[in-house]
Design a protein around this ligand. Structure first.
Ligand code: IPM
Ligand code: MG
Length: 365
């Protein structure tokens, strides 16, 4: 099979982690006789430095022409980087929001899984973590506060800023369907998270999710308020299967969910539209403080590449190989700094990529 992948290395640790993910992908491709054609695209600060904007129309066209997009991370230090002296719509994050919107990537899947081997890195008490957990956050990605009308104005000499949280029923319905569909392939449970005790948008969210649920009688549905969910994630994460939620809540809860897995450096993500096309990126940011030091954890990006093979190319066996290689590397005691624990061997980003690559090619993985 020939796979056309647009690559966005991005900023900070992005180029390092994407390099390792490509190494692993190339190994899988040669093992199974696939050809991968990559095209690099500039986005975020890297694009600002060259083109003055975080994402050009040519870059969007190149992404659209590919079968899938593999991304590292974008953005810099918001306190010190000159990119943040620019108006908000010219900053690195604007590129990411634009590509999500332009490609209609409304469904963001963020799985959070506690590897047995990483139990020591899990910040929860052992009596909680011993139950393990395996959840997936289905985050709406092209609506809500991120894309609502916003402005900063001065009224009678007083500065005022507002952002608006809007959803229509169609936007809610399509993400709810994705949530129920994925629950069917997992543990048949959806926890829909909202703030229906305060927000109108949440009350509509709840009503539409209830309507969609009628088509999925085999899937258990519960509703949970977002503040309670934040608490439940550290109190009893084992209760969750699919967490279905809107854009901003999903942004916050997915960072929390990733931390209880031991490190945000482990969490992959897929952003999908209604076709097989997807953009795959780690859930973490560009970590400018550790960029270029060869200490970043490439596993979230490698696991995102595995999601790409599974969702955009239907290559389940190849994706399994990558996921098994991650398990094997952890079992063999290798750790990057963020997941390091006593008795393990600390490795850098490149070496982690090499170790994963070796395990992908090993027989019987
Ligand atoms: C994420 C990130 C982005 C978001 C930022 C970089 C705009 O935090 O993918 O979770 O808020 O969606
Ligand atoms: Mg985030």
């Amino acid at each position: 099979m020939e796979l056309h992948i647009a690559c966005i290395p991005g900023d900070g640790i992005g180029p390092e982690i994407v390099r390792e993910a490509k190494k692993v992908l190339d190994k899988v491709a040669s093992k199974y006789g696939h050809t991968i054609v990559y095209q690099d695209i500039l986005m975020g600060g890297a694009s600002i430095d060259v083109h003055g904007v975080p994402l050009t129309d040519e870059a969007i066209a190149a992404a659209k022409a590919a079968d899938a997009v593999l991304m590292g991370s974008i953005g810099g230090d918001t306190n010190t980087s000159p990119w943040y002296q620019l108006p908000p719509d010219k900053r690195p994050e604007a590129g990411l929001l634009k590509i999500r919107k332009e490609l209609n990537l409304f469904a963001n899947l963020r799985p959070a899984y506690l590897y047995e081997e990483l139990a020591a890195a899990c910040p929860l008490k052992e009596e909680i973590s011993k139950a393990g957990f395996d959840m997936l956050i289905m985050r709406e990605l092209t609506g809500g506060l991120y894309f609502g009308e916003r402005n900063t104005v001065t009224q009678n000499g007083v500065r005022k800023a507002y952002d608006t949280l809007t959803y229509n029923e169609n936007e809610i319905r399509r993400i709810a369907i994705k949530g129920f569909e994925v629950a069917r392939k997992r543990k048949h449970k959806v926890t829909s998270v909202d703030k229906a005790n305060v927000l109108d948008s949440s009350r509509l969210w709840r009503a539409v999710v209830n309507e969609v649920a009628k088509d999925y009688p085999d899937v258990e549905l519960e509703h949970m308020l977002v503040d309670n969910c934040a608490m439940q994630l550290v109190k009893d994460p084992a209760q969750f299967d699919v967490i279905l939620t809107e854009n901003m809540f999903g942004d916050i809860l997915s960072d929390e969910a990733s931390m209880v897995t031991g490190s945000i450096g482990m969490l992959s993500s897929a952003s999908l539209n209604d076709t097989r096309f997807g953009l795959y990126e780690p859930s973490h940011g560009s970590a400018p403080d550790i960029a270029g030091k060869d200490i970043a954890n490439p596993i979230a990006t490698v696991l995102s590449a595995a999601m790409m093979l599974r969702y955009s190319f239907d290559l389940d066996r190849e994706a399994d190989d990558i996921e098994n290689a991650v398990r094997r590397v952890l079992k063999d005691g290798f750790r990057t700094a963020d997941i390091m624990s006593d008795g393990c061997v600390k490795v850098g980003c490149q070496q982690m990529g090499d170790l994963l690559t070796e395990r992908v090619s090993a027989e019987g993985v």
